[in-house]
Design a protein around this ligand. Structure first.
Ligand code: ACO
Length: 336
């Protein structure tokens, strides 16, 4: 049987570390509040260059993560025949970041697709890569999750519930058609648009002439907004449901999981999910303390770190799971 096997992982985290104490210098917050509510101690925010732009853009961060994943897989750039780039904010309104990866890595016209599924982007991307491979559309797919959050956050007291949670970074995996057991066993994908407005960034909007006006800017509607308690409640429930659903598809139970790599939204969400499913600490991966929530990038960054730390071995049963704006949620079940 042909399966979509993850044969390489890599990540890139910007050098510039921003601690909770650094944030407390500019926003009315504290290390204690952030640590207790989210588990985050620090995050990376891209430094700004003299031209007033970040020193790297999202595609460049993605390319750095991808180069590491390609080296880790032991393949050549020319082997990639499809790019899937998951991000909630591409570098420009269009085209998406995938085409810039084709250029940066010299991929000789390989297909490029962007996925706009926010925190769930990587889970959708891996499911799409699996579909391409099973259908014979592609043989070697580069799935990247990359995000610049720092430039979009409201860094005044008004935006403190959001701005303390998010960070910049990118992670990548190489997925290749392989004969045998290794690879994606199943995926589950869901959405519920009635909650779109509980976690969104409204402007610029397509229906408005000029797309944005000064009233929107004055009201801060060009910054992301979140109803934190609703997100918390739904995230915890949907994480558990999708893990159970994807395990059931493969004929497994939570006890069979060797490693769960959840979207790093909030340590309290991860802990609640682990508790509800009866998972042992060694079954759950977390690095949110170091990077915060990098939306589409959290899972591929975590996968790359799990590999570096020896937490994923050949034959292990891996579950990746995410919930995010949309609301969207889902999970992948993978034999490593
Ligand atoms: N620092 C200090 N105080 C703050 C901050 C901050 N950064 N942000 C909010 N507060 C204050 C509020 O103003 C409020 O003050 P008040 O009581 O005087 O009105 C107080 O803290 C409590 O606010 P709540 O919103 O009730 O705080 P809550 O306990 O719900 O925690 C949080 C907020 C952390 C956002 C929580 O709702 C949560 O964890 N939600 C899940 C959302 C999440 O993790 N999102 C990640 C992104 S989405 C995703 O990836 C799935």
């Amino acid at each position: 049987m042909i399966r979509a096997a993850i044969i390489g992982t890599g990540f890139f985290a910007p050098e510039n570390v921003v601690t909770n104490d650094d944030l407390a210098q500019i926003i009315d917050t504290s290390d204690k509040w952030i640590t207790e509510r989210s588990g985050i101690k620090e995050r990376r925010w891209l430094a700004m260059g003299e031209d007033g732009r970040t020193v790297l853009n999202g595609a460049e961060m993605g390319a750095k993560a991808a180069e590491r994943a390609i080296a880790n897989a032991g393949i050549e750039n020319s082997d990639i025949d499809q790019v899937i780039f998951a991000t909630l904010n591409p570098d420009v309104a269009f085209p998406g970041n995938g085409v810039f990866i084709e250029e940066l890595l010299g991929l000789n016209t390989a297909g490029a697709m962007d996925i706009r599924n926010q925190c769930t982007g990587f889970v959708y991307g891996l499911a799409a890569a699996d579909g391409f491979i099973r259908a014979g559309t592609a043989k070697t797919v580069l799935v990247i999750g990359g995000e610049i959050q720092s430039t979009a956050l409201d860094k005044s007291d008004r935006g403190r519930d959001m701005s303390v949670l998010f960070g910049d970074g990118a992670g990548a995996v190489v997925v290749q058609a392989k004969e045998g057991d290794q690879g994606v066993i199943a995926s589950v994908l869901h959405s519920q648009g009635r909650y779109a407005r509980d976690l969104w960034l409204e402007g610029p909007v397509a229906t408005m002439e000029g797309r944005i006006d000064s009233a929107m800017i004055d009201e801060g509607r060009h910054f992301p907004k979140m109803n934190g308690q609703i997100v918390f409640k739904h995230a915890t429930r949907r994480f558990c449901e999708s893990i159970n659903e994807v395990l059931e598809k493969g004929g497994f139970t939570p006890e069979d999981i060797d490693l769960m790599v959840p979207h790093q939204a909030n340590q309290r969400i991860t802990d609640a999910v682990g508790q509800r499913l009866g998972l042992k600490p060694e079954q759950v991966f977390s690095n949110i303390a170091k990077y915060g929530n990098t939306t589409a990038a959290t899972i591929p960054i975590a996968l790359a770190e799990a590999v570096e730390e020896g937490r994923l071995k050949k034959g292990d049963l891996l579950v990746t799971v995410a919930f995010g704006s949309g609301f969207t949620w889902g999970a992948n079940l993978v034999r490593w």
